[in-house]
Design a protein around this ligand. Structure first.
Ligand code: 4AD
Ligand code: MG
Length: 462
């Protein structure tokens, strides 16, 4: 038994030898005396051609009627094909149907739209594009673990169910076991969470950062990598309600260290995937984004740009372009601004640092100007904000004051304040949106097409 990937990579080893493969039929074109089966075995995004002839196959009639979608076991001889689309084909000796597929199979041999494929999420991994994308997703997760493990970071499993809203944006999904038909009420007329499962309002995590900080102040270098949830109403091609986030947290470290780590990590992931899946990457470069390989190559070999938020605003003000969203100091950057900076002005990844404190989270360290915080966003062409991070406020009084100003409940986050009290030290971290990284890596433009089962508003069929 051999996989199609092995055949592609070591053709000379298998040439003229008999092999056995198992896979699914993407197409079957039968003539009177011979036919062609296109088979995908899941190990490689491309199909291979199996030629079968009446003369050599005992069940030629049966084979000629095999329908698209069926699962087969085939044995035959590997034949090198000069000048053909594929470097080889298999001349069948035996074709055995392991799983039949009726005529109403939705995935016919033609180009289906991405929209249609989202509606058949249970079948879409059976296309060249999604076979490539989801293998890259798997490889990129592995790359993340190897990057941090090689540096001796400890992988922390932060909780999915929590009572905090780390980002303070109020975009959490509630978790409750309360009976909706009989909600217990307090005397004040509000929901009585004391009688709920956790005895307190709880929600799905929006970020593992606060818990990662706990571990960073014990292990120094840690990371968490898991699903996060945001009940954002924004129905865009870059936002999902459920997405995976990579969040390292490093102690005795500042914003500079944080940016170096982020840059190293992004480059590592790109190099890893290019090395492990060169064929898939070449395919994406050909069919999804013609500039992909060139762009990734220049990213790996360049030093990321760094500008302060204030400079970014200056650049946007001077741009010979009118933006829909007004540009003035204090605004959060809109997608069009991010695009202009990375795609038109720098044409490269850029860190924007030192943001106005009023548009950022409570835990970010206040700079000496008292107006900005030690925060960084990494913006990249195509995906916009890829990473958001900061140095954390380690000064207890400053943090307490900030929480009061921003109405963050100190009593709920007493343990977070304790971290400043007991051996508190400067520390920093960031969050990489894993799907944004995948969009950047594959050139795929919609976040729904890099997630096996996307969760976006009105989207929970599978
Ligand atoms: O900028 P964010 O909100 O930062 C945090 O959550 C920090 N606690 C991270 C940290 O410092 N440990 O989110 C981080 C990244 C964003 O840059 C973006 O790439 C991604 O997460 N992201 C989303 N990706 C997909 N869909 C959404 N709705 C996303 N919201 C954020
Ligand atoms: Mg952000």
């Amino acid at each position: 038994q051999v996989t199609v990937r092995q055949l592609y990579r070591n053709l000379s080893r298998y040439e003229d030898k008999e092999v056995e493969i198992r896979g699914w039929v993407r197409n079957n074109r039968a003539q009177k005396k011979f036919g062609f089966l296109m088979i995908n075995d899941g190990t490689f995004f491309e199909t291979i051609q199996v030629v079968y002839e009446d003369e050599f196959l005992s069940n030629f009639k049966e084979a000629s009627k095999i329908r698209v979608g069926s699962a087969l076991k085939i044995s035959g001889i590997v034949i090198k094909t000069e000048g053909a689309k594929q470097p080889f084909e298999i001349k069948a000796r035996e074709v055995h149907i392991e799983g039949d597929s009726p005529e109403d199979y939705p995935m016919q041999p033609k180009r289906h739209s991405r929209e249609f494929l989202r509606e058949v999420a249970h079948l879409r991994p059976r296309t060249n594009l999604f076979t490539a994308v989801f293998r890259i997703r798997s490889l990129a997760s592995h790359a993340i673990h190897s990057f941090f493990q090689e540096k001796n970071f400890v992988y922390v499993h932060t909780p999915i169910i929590t009572s905090s809203d780390a980002e303070g944006a109020g975009e959490t999904f509630r978790v409750s076991t309360l009976d909706l038909n009989n909600v217990p009420m307090t005397e004040e007329g509000t929901i009585d969470f004391k009688r709920d499962f956790f005895g307190k309002p709880s929600n799905l995590t929006v970020s593992g950062q606060l818990e990662a900080e706990i571990f960073a102040l014990a292990f120094k270098d840690v990371y968490t990598f898991g699903p996060t949830f945001r009940a954002e109403k924004s129905n865009t091609s870059r936002h999902a309600s459920e997405f995976w986030m990579v969040e390292p947290e490093i102690a005795f470290a500042d914003l500079e260290d944080d940016m170096y780590l982020a840059e190293d990590m992004v480059k590592y992931i790109i190099k890893y995937v290019l090395e492990k899946a060169p064929e898939e990457m070449a395919f994406l470069n050909k069919f999804v984004d013609k500039g992909l390989l060139k762009r990734l190559d220049s990213v790996v070999n360049s030093k990321f740009k760094r500008i302060a938020y204030t400079e970014a605003i200056e650049i946007l003000k001077k741009a010979d372009k009118t933006f829909e969203n007004n540009v003035e100091w204090g605004i959060d950057l809109a997608t069009e601004h991010e695009r202009y900076l990375t795609e038109e002005h720098f044409n490269a990844p850029v860190f924007v640092t030192d943001w106005p404190k009023d548009i950022k989270a409570f835990y970010m360290r206040i700079n000496d100007d008292n107006k900005t915080v030690a925060a960084m966003d990494l913006l990249v062409p195509g995906s916009g904000e890829l990473i958001g991070g900061s140095q954390r406020e380690e000064r207890l009084e400053v943090l307490e004051k900030r929480m009061e100003e921003m109405n963050v409940p100190k009593e709920d986050l007493w343990w977070y304040l304790d971290l400043r009290k007991y051996g508190g030290v400067k520390h920093a971290g960031y969050g990489l949106g894993f799907e944004r990284m995948l969009m950047y890596l594959t050139g795929v433009e919609n976040i729904r097409d890099v997630i096996p089962f996307p969760r976006t508003p009105n989207n929970i069929e599978f």
